[in-house]
Design a protein around this ligand. Structure first.
Ligand code: HEC
Ligand code: HEC
Ligand code: HEC
Ligand code: HEC
Ligand code: HEC
Length: 250
């Protein structure tokens, strides 16, 4: 119960953060962003250029999450050096995009995922040793994609393998569970269209239940709790079964 409370509080706080973040003025109207303007002119043949162009087309670009939101700096300054005040290389431990600091940087907007992540063993390890998977391991730093099942296995196998001996079955299981999650998403989307329950009906509440189970399964990823994901997906399936039975009744 208290978990839920904290999660919703974090979501509220991040909503306030997003709305009040610089880069937006006059009730959401976007203002010029010097980081994006200048970096979009850089050649794709340089490292910085490649990184800059990676961001284009991402969900963050679509939502106005500009460079400064993760890197700091002054997005109103046209001059490079003025704009870069506070922008540090990711190899600098003070940087917001330094490996260890990434979860809290992303977490300032994605509070629910961050909160789950802090409950994981990997987070404790990351805090203590600076090693282990973090947000960009699975989502990329600028592209914000989600790894597919094969790629996720390759990430986990770096540490979970027979040679090192730490839970070598995990990569296979992570891959299988991500496949399940994807199927769950597809199934829910299909049933939603198939049954189109009327608002306020019992069927609508089954669909709602299924949706929250799926949301919870996604969150569990961030604690690396593979069994909890499977349980949440089973609950989702139960709700969808109720939906289908009750919808096909005369
Ligand atoms: C007038 C052009 C210009 C503006 C404005 C600008 N940059 Fe840059 N930025 C560059 C160039 C060029 C580089 C390549 C390295 C260098 O010349 O300093 C760079 C490098 C970087 C790097 C890599 C730093 C490193 O140490 O590896 C980051 C991160 C970055 N910029 C972020 C930003 C952010 C965030 C803003 C806005 C607050 C911004 N830039 C504004 C031109 C610009
Ligand atoms: C959602 C957060 C986020 C946004 C938005 C973002 N970046 Fe990054 N960026 C990161 C993270 C995290 C890293 C470091 C991790 C890595 O190397 O993959 C990084 C690395 C970089 C680097 C490599 C240099 C270094 O310090 O490692 C450059 C250059 C860069 N970003 C430029 C930009 C520019 C230009 C924009 C806007 C067009 C931008 N970024 C938008 C999160 C972001
Ligand atoms: C300033 C706020 C902000 C920061 C910082 C930020 N994000 Fe986001 N992110 C958003 C918004 C807004 C969206 C689009 C709406 C949504 O899905 O919440 C989004 C979407 C996403 C999505 C896709 C969600 C979906 O529904 O498809 C992922 C994954 C993601 N962000 C990961 C990251 C990672 C990883 C970092 C850190 C490197 C990060 N974000 C930093 C605001 C932010
Ligand atoms: C082990 C890999 C992994 C790591 C590490 C990870 N994520 Fe995720 N994340 C996922 C998967 C898998 C999903 C579900 C994607 C889907 O819907 O298909 C997801 C979904 C998300 C979403 C979208 C949620 C939605 O409602 O669609 C956001 C935002 C997000 N992650 C942010 C983060 C942040 C912030 C961190 C770091 C604190 C992080 N993730 C670390 C694997 C990971
Ligand atoms: C940088 C190394 C590293 C990577 C990469 C890594 N792990 Fe781990 N993981 C560990 C270590 C070390 C342990 C602790 C083993 C122990 O308890 O002795 C662990 C423990 C776990 C556990 C059991 C502990 C718990 O939190 O319940 C799970 C589940 C797990 N990892 C999942 C994953 C998944 C899924 C991936 C891929 C997305 C992954 N790990 C990637 C190092 C890593």
């Amino acid at each position: 119960m208290s978990d839920k409370y904290i999660v919703s509080l974090l979501i509220m706080l991040s909503a306030i953060f997003i709305l009040s973040a610089p880069g937006f003025a006059d009730g959401g109207k976007k203002i010029e962003n010097a980081c994006v303007n200048c970096h979009s002119k850089l050649s794709v043949s340089s490292f910085v250029g490649i990184k800059s162009h990676d961001w284009k087309g991402s969900i963050h670009q679509k939502h106005g999450i500009t460079c400064d939101k993760c890197h700091g700096g002054n997005p109103a300054a046209m001059d490079k050096n003025k704009a870069h005040t506070g922008v540090l290389s990711s190899s600098n431990p003070e940087s917001r995009v330094y490996y260890k600091n990434i979860p809290s940087t992303c977490g300032s907007c994605h509070g629910a995922e961050f909160y789950k992540f802090t409950q994981s063993y990997h987070f404790k390890k990351l805090e203590a040793t600076g090693k282990g998977p973090n947000c960009v391991t699975c989502h990329g730093s600028m592209v914000t994609s989600v790894l597919n099942p094969d790629d996720i296995a390759n990430v986990c196998v770096r540490c979970h393998n027979k040679r090192i001996g730490v839970f070598p079955y995990i990569p296979q299981k992570a891959k299988a569970v991500l496949l399940l999650l994807r199927q769950g998403k597809a199934l829910l989307a299909a049933d939603k269209e198939l049954y189109k329950p009327a608002r306020g009906s019992a069927e609508a509440s089954y669909l709602q239940e299924a949706q929250s189970s799926l949301y919870s399964a996604k969150l569990q990823w961030h604690k690396f709790d593979l069994d909890a994901i499977v349980r949440d997906l089973q609950e989702m399936n139960n709700s969808l079964e109720k939906l289908s039975r009750s919808s096909s009744r005369p």
